[in-house]
Ligand binder design. Structure first.
Ligand SMILES: Cc1cc2nc3c(=O)[nH]c(=O)nc-3n(C[C@H](O)[C@H](O)[C@H](O)COP(=O)(O)OP(=O)(O)OC[C@H]3O[C@@H](n4cnc5c(N)ncnc54)[C@H](O)[C@@H]3O)c2cc1C
Length: 558
């Protein structure tokens, strides 16, 4: 009997039309990575795609793809764009000559590029290997997830099916999507012993079947941490957006026993961004998913516990302990708490819209739904950066993108760099002074009615895809009267707390509250949920780090 075949090593694929360069890249890669990875070489984008397709059919893993920018036929960018569909979690590097750098940077919006590398890369120990090492690390931590083979079977126009896909995508859990009314979907449903009446159905890699699962059930089954390992911490961080991840990272790295609790997916709003271009240290921009992935790995590397799919519903003060309560009634105690719960999109109100949420009407979700809008007409409501980014991103595949704004222009609400990208993009139109006043359809959105706010004129247009990015509201009702909030629900802190004397009203200590300290000593706030905050990734991360400094001061005074 022959021994079972060892699984193929994961691959690093290099594609370059210049045989000399191609051989040199492969030589350097083989020298360092040859033992653990197969180094595969292709000399054109088409040849590389063919190779990737064959590998996909065989079920081979691809860790990193290195593509030359300037190639005859498919350019490096065009090739990477198609390679992403085959191997979405493989890390992508573009090889460019100095003269092409600007063009490469411009084109980076198109593919979710991890790095661009200038030729020549000598010495590889300094220029090539550190980049590839980091990318292999990132790939290893995302792609070997137990959820690799997860299958989701759902209806194309079902709100919960769309929700489940977004939950998996935002938590970087790879899955394959099957429509329940197509033969493969039906085959899987019958193999799972269930039917189309209760969707979505999720089949985990070990064959376990979840019918209409909750986020917590999905998280549990697919290997995300949902249970706290201790019952007392130095610091509990509530919210896993940039502010919470920043706080968890600094808390844990400075020796505090730290746990971060996130209700849905780490990354928060930033995790939904197709490309953040104004965050320091990323001159070529970074996708929200990548930023979230890196930040989460960095925080856990320093020892922070990251808990997902747990909703915090209460905060209590029990002597010196701060008790954080969860929706299932359980709780955890800590010396200190950082509130980093951010904001959520406001719901757009117009007759019919609610009926089609998740069935043509989406709040955020542009990244998850993009593939389904291919060659279709898309409408986006909102004039801020989030709407602009979504328009640019969706225009890659959509036939047309129309941005609907109530005001006269984008200038008051959107960054200049995005306005420029929109102006240059022939697929994007901006319709000013316009609001959505109605939505109609059958089992999914089919038409929307638009009203011109200046003339009052209304017209109804065919529309299957409406993405809404309007304003943002803090969801802080669960805090009740425990901490002082402003009239819109944002949390007040430090010098902003209402005060008629030297210290804020009701403040129990002799000292004044620290800068990010709320009306409860030991409870701090950071990021978008903080009243008058900047609503930027950088400021949220900065406040998360600062809040930890004040936690140390608070603990030292206890
Ligand atoms: C599409 C989009 C694009 C953007 N692009 C940019 C950009 O290019 N540049 C830029 O600087 N900014 C950008 N922003 C803004 C930026 O993302 C936010 O300012 C930033 O994410 C705020 O971080 P935060 O941690 O304070 O809050 P959030 O990112 O909102 O994170 C809060 C987290 O807390 C969780 N949470 C809330 N309540 C609870 C609870 N009760 N229990 C447990 N968890 C809870 C939420 O699920 C969420 O994950 C963008 C925003 C969006 C939506």
């Amino acid at each position: 009997m022959s021994a079972p075949k060892a699984p193929a090593k994961p691959a690093i694929l290099s594609v370059d039309d210049d045989p000399g360069v191609s051989r040199a890249v492969v030589r350097d890669l083989r020298k360092r990575y040859g033992e653990k990875y197969r180094i595969i070489r292709a000399e054109s984008g088409d040849q590389a795609l063919e190779t990737l397709r064959e590998m996909k059919l065989r079920g081979d893993a691809v860790a990193v793809i290195v593509a030359d920018y300037r190639m005859p036929g498919l350019s490096g960018i065009e090739f990477l764009e198609q390679a992403m569909d085959l191997y979405p979690v493989a890390r992508r590097v573009l090889l460019t000559a100095y003269a092409d750098t600007d063009a490469a940077i411009d084109a980076i919006n198109v593919v979710d590029l991890d790095h661009y590398l200038l030729k020549p890369w000598d010495p590889p120990e300094e220029k090539l290997y550190p980049v590839i090492d980091a990318l292999l690390d990132a790939w290893a931590s995302s792609s070997h997830h137990p959820a690799e083979e997860t299958k989701v079977i759902g209806h194309r126009w079902s709100e919960r099916s769309s929700d489940v896909r977004e939950f998996l995508a935002r938590n970087q859990l790879a899955y394959r999507w099957y429509m329940s009314d197509e033969p493969e979907g039906q085959r899987l449903l019958s193999a799972a012993g269930t039917d189309e009446l209760r969707l979505p159905v999720v089949i985990a890699s070990n064959g376990d079947v979840l019918v209409e699962p909750t986020d917590a059930e999905l998280a549990d089954k697919l290997g995300l941490s949902t249970t706290l390992s201790e019952d007392f911490y130095d610091l509990v961080v509530i919210g896993g957006g940039p502010a919470g991840l920043g706080a968890a990272l600094y808390g844990a790295s400075e020796g505090l026993r730290t746990v971060l609790i996130e209700r849905r997916a780490t990354g928060g709003q930033a995790g939904q961004s197709s490309r953040i271009e104004n965050y320091l240290g990323f001159p070529d921009g970074v996708s929200g998913a990548q930023l979230a992935d890196r930040a989460r790995r960095q925080a856990t590397k320093f020892g922070a516990e990251v808990i997902t799919a747990r909703d915090v519903t209460g905060l209590e003060i029990n002597g010196s302990a701060r008790t954080v309560r969860f929706d299932d009634g359980s709780s955890v105690d800590a010396h200190s708490v950082i509130l980093a719960t951010g904001v959520s999109y406001r719901q757009l109100s117009a007759p019919g819209l609610d009926t089609y949420t998740g069935r043509g009407v989406y709040y955020g979700s542009a990244v998850t739904e993009a593939a389904r809008c291919s060659e279709q007409d898309v409408y986006i409501v909102g004039g801020a950066n989030s709407a602009g980014q979504a328009a640019v991103y969706l225009s890659r595949g959509a036939r047309s993108v129309t941005i609907l704004i109530r005001g006269n222009s984008l200038e008051a609400s959107m960054s200049y760099y995005l306005i420029q990208q929109i102006e240059k993009n022939p697929k994007i139109t901006v319709r000013t002074c316009t609001e959505v006043v109605g939505a109609e359809g059958d089992d999914h959105l089919e038409r929307i009615t638009l009203r011109n706010r200046a003339t009052g004129e209304e017209d109804t247009v065919d529309a299957q895809w409406l993405f809404i990015f309007i304003g943002a509201a803090p969801l802080t009702d669960w805090l009740g009267d425990v901490v002082v909030r402003d009239g819109n629900g944002f949390v007040l802190a430090g010098p902003d707390l209402p005060s008629e004397g030297v210290t804020p009203d009701g403040w129990p200590l002799d000292r004044a509250p620290h800068h990010l300290e709320t009306s409860v000593p030991g409870v701090f706030v950071a990021g978008d949920v903080h009243a008058e905050s900047a609503k930027r990734v950088a400021s949220a991360v900065g406040e998360g780090a600062m809040a930890v400094m004040f936690v140390h001061r608070y603990l030292a005074q206890q």
